[in-house]
Design a protein around this ligand. Structure first.
Ligand code: SF4
Ligand code: SF4
Ligand code: SF4
Length: 297
């Protein structure tokens, strides 16, 4: 259940960029609950900010001393301020995977539980020893922007924001018109489609492929089976970033099965680890060209 927010606390939240407000709100409320508060005040927002920025006490889960090799301690000294770059045993983890919470909250838009693919991505990064190899590759201090950001969402609504991650994926459920099933012109699909992609005329169903985002919702509401859902797949995009010059990720696989998605991950990881520079992934992509990745998929 959401906590009530004071006016002053709400004004502080409004200053945060809109696309991260939801996440910040959740984090502030979680911390406020942990502090036994039933209402969010300005003090709660500031305490949360201090906690995120590590301006106060060590945060639960923060890396413990002596868990990394002395040679790596210097490299990791900046990341050590942020618990999210370490596992519960204090080992560095130079990637963050954010799944959406669709399955957890029984989201009505859910196509595929994002945590399933997120776990496979995590396993893959562990198998290839991504953290170890990235640490060896970077000569100086490891900074937050060196780490790989990934997100998986259970539907095109993209709550975990794959569009601004280095490697982002969301589930899709393409639909098609089945000419064998007669449309009864109930218009439920038209009412359901938020993209205004469906037209019905004289019992003929037409879906505008340019507008359709493959959410699969029209197939779910169609009583006659005139619109059917195809195979659930994933859309993969790469190179999204925020910061000084934000960029949206670029599509590399608009609709692909899990195995192809994981292969795309392998290609991106190889590109990062074999690069001689320490540039952000987006910069590497722009230097080498998105077509280079596509050729290797
Ligand atoms: S991305 Fe889709 S499935 Fe996941 S929480 Fe958001 S709306 Fe629900
Ligand atoms: S799949 Fe979604 S976006 Fe595409 S036509 Fe159906 S409801 Fe509209
Ligand atoms: S929901 Fe199905 S039956 Fe109803 S108008 Fe759309 S295609 Fe026709």
């Amino acid at each position: 259940m959401c906590l009530e927010w004071d006016k002053s606390a709400s004004s502080l939240l409004e200053k945060v960029p809109p696309f991260v407000q939801k996440t910040v709100r959740e984090k502030v409320e979680t911390l406020a609950r942990e502090r036994g508060r039933t209402r969010v005040t300005e003090a709660e927002v500031m305490a949360a900010r201090d906690s995120f920025m590590d301006k106060s006490q060590p945060v639960a889960g923060a890396p413990q001393a002596g868990k990394t090799k002395p040679a790596d301690d210097k490299k990791l000294s900046i990341l050590k301020k942020y618990p999210k770059y370490f596992d519960s045993a204090g080992n560095p983890v130079l990637y963050q995977i954010k799944p959406c919470r669709g399955a957890e909250v029984n989201c009505p838009f859910l196509i595929t539980d994002s945590k399933i693919l997120a776990d496979k991505i995590r396993n893959r990064l562990e198998e290839v020893k991504f953290t170890e190899k990235l640490m060896n590759k970077i000569e100086g201090q490891i900074l937050p922007h060196h780490t790989l950001k990934l997100a998986v969402s259970g539907c095109p609504n993209s709550c975990s924001m794959p569009q601004i991650k280095d490697f982002g994926v969301h589930a899709v459920e393409p639909v098609f018109v089945d000419p064998e099933s007669a449309c009864i012109e109930c218009m439920k699909c038209v009412e359901t489609c938020r993209e205004d992609a469906i037209t019905i005329q004289d019992g003929q169903v037409s879906i505008d492929k340019e507008k359709c985002v493959h959410c699969g919702l029209c197939a779910k509401v169609c009583p006659s089976g005139s619109i059917k859902a195809g195979k659930k797949t994933y859309r993969t995009m790469v190179g999204g970033k925020v910061g000084r010059h934000p960029k949206f990720a670029v599509d590399i696989l608009p609709q692909a099965e899990e195995s192809a998605t994981l292969k795309a991950l392998d290609v991106c990881v190889d590109m990062i680890l074999s690069s001689k520079t320490e540039h952000r992934f987006r910069v590497l992509l722009e230097q080498q060209g998105i077509e280079e990745i596509k050729k290797r998929l």
